[in-house]
Design a protein around this ligand. Structure first.
Ligand code: TA6
Length: 297
């Protein structure tokens, strides 16, 4: 299945720089492959989907299902799907795709750059319905992703939800803890959307977990004793954090998710969703950023 948009050769003529090359990736979808002394990575133009990031001296940080599809019109299972302009099921249209349109949309390359620290930056753009979006990704010692909803040119406010739905590789999800949300209440999507108060403790995963933490700008820290590392997730312009692991039964129900893969991943998502959907006033711009870092324990 040919990918949409310009060929890798055309893109390389225009944008290739040392450490960044375009190629046909999985399923023939076009991707930029980043390979520098400070970090490696991949981003597909399909969905502007960051599929890999590997800072120097560390194992790959982002998780990708071995069963993921790489097809036009289908979401990729892993990495960092962009959820926009809604999160989860569409509020009124049950047949609309979960998590919106951005993650299966084709994005164009706007610019690439060599960063002062030896990393590489990529800027992508897309027009989705009435929205104009740009997405800046910096592959370096940290992974920085900035989603910008360009100026609302209409005379009326527009409401949307957005998320960087990041999948992290972990040694064993049953042995991790997630710090930073101890003081934040959440909507529990595995318990009839019950609103629950702060637990006062770090999050541990002991079953299917699907929590929308509302009203938090806190950084999170994913502590992984099996892989001997801690992953930091700092953010700006985001008031919601989502934590998800499908556990056993839900994994078995997902065709693009291996039945046993749930032990090796957890999602910590940087979002504006639920109570914190964005009401973008005329003339306003909205910007949401996630910065991922890794340290050895
Ligand atoms: O962010 C958690 C969640 O909303 C879960 O409910 C689960 O559906 C997950 O996203 C994956 O959604 P997807 O549409 O990619 O299968």
């Amino acid at each position: 299945m040919p990918a949409a948009g310009p060929s890798p050769a055309t893109l390389n003529d225009r944008f290739a720089i040392p450490g960044l090359l375009f190629e046909a990736g999985a399923g023939g979808l076009t991707r930029a492959v980043i390979d520098t002394p400070v970090a490696g990575g991949e981003v597909y133009l399909h969905g502007a989907h960051v599929a890999a990031w590997r800072p120097a001296g560390h194992k790959p940080v982002l998780w990708m299902s071995t069963r993921s599809q790489f097809e036009l019109g289908k979401p990729i299972r892993g990495g960092v799907p962009i959820c926009f302009p809604w999160f989860g099921a569409h509020p009124v249209e049950p047949s609309a795709p979960a998590h919106g349109l951005a993650r299966t949309h084709f994005w164009n390359v706007e610019a690439v750059s060599r960063l002062d620290d030896g990393g590489v930056g990529v800027e992508l753009r897309a027009a989705i319905g009435r929205y104009r979006l740009s997405y800046g990704i910096r592959f370096s010692h940290e992974l920085e992703m900035t989603l910008t909803i360009e100026r609302n040119l209409s005379a009326t406010p527009v409401r949307f939800e957005a998320a960087l739905h990041t999948y992290f590789t972990v040694g064993d999800v049953r042995k991790i803890r997630i710090e930073g949300l101890e003081k934040t209440g959440f909507i529990d999507k595995v318990d009839n959307l019950q609103r629950k108060g702060p637990t006062g403790q770090a999050i541990t995963i002991t079953g299917e977990t699907d929590r929308v933490y509302c009203g938090t700008r806190q950084a999170c820290r994913l502590v992984d004793p099996v892989l001997g590392r801690a992953i930091s997730i700092r953010k700006a312009g985001s008031d919601t954090t989502v934590v998800w692991n499908p556990w056993i039964e839900k994994s078995a129900r997902m065709a693009d998710f291996g039945d046993e893969e749930w032990t090796g991943m957890v999602c910590i998502e940087t979002a504006n969703a639920a109570d914190h959907a964005v009401d973008l006033q005329p003339g306003q711009v909205s910007c949401m950023k996630a910065v991922i870092g890794v340290e050895r324990l």
